[in-house]
Design a protein around this ligand. Sequence first.
Ligand code: BTN
Length: 248
Amino acid sequence: MVKVRLQRYEVLTSTNETAVLAAGKGAAEGTVIVADRQEGGHGRMQRKWSSPKGGLWFSIILRPLTEPEYVAQVTLLAGVAVTRAVRALYGTTKPSIKWPNDILWNGAKICGILSEMRLKEDGSTDYAIVGIGVNVDQSPETLPEELRETAAILNQVGEMKHTCDEVLEAVLEEFFTLYDSWQQKGFDSILSEWKRLNCTLGNLVDVRDDDQVIFQGIAENIDADGALRVVSREGVAKRYDFGEISIR
Ligand code: BTN
């Protein structure tokens, strides 16, 4: 099992940025950068990520022995880890995964995941950073106006309350158990569990780029590299590595 080395900060611009700098200086696999709050937290598509005190904001440094084209699988792995941890802690099966990396509670977002990776000069994987933001216990007024309908805070929606440290410990435990299995046995069992925990496959989805709907269809499957396969009503199939979908 990878040794976890926690580095805690009161405030950072972004735990992902600090993790990238630390990884570049050789920080060991298993280093976890945690901040009570972030002043420049960011999400996918260069979006701002609201990160006040009370939420859980952290980034994990990894050095997987995986070919670069498969490193993105770690994002799906992280989604499974967070969903497992939150389901167990809060005693509910409500949390589920929206492809590729949102965790929803009854359709409202409680967690986002932002992965980054860097290659060595020889083309092999140098490191991957998995940044995870979980709305655990910040005050609801801190949620940006435009997210109030679509985001949720665990301690508000759950029947019990947990501290950020309890959620962090549970997520890291699940994450590194899955990570070991991924490194030793590959992605199959993680992909099967992702499929059991997701709320995307089988649904009609809008694929968006820059907030424009660029394709519509049924989300049919996830490929081994984590790409989503969408089939339109006319039977046209497309694969999406990135992008944004919304479930109808
Ligand atoms: C998303 O849903 O768009 C991804 C959000 C990822 C947010 C986390 S919080 C910890 C880490 N640091 C950041 O700046 N972003 C990630």
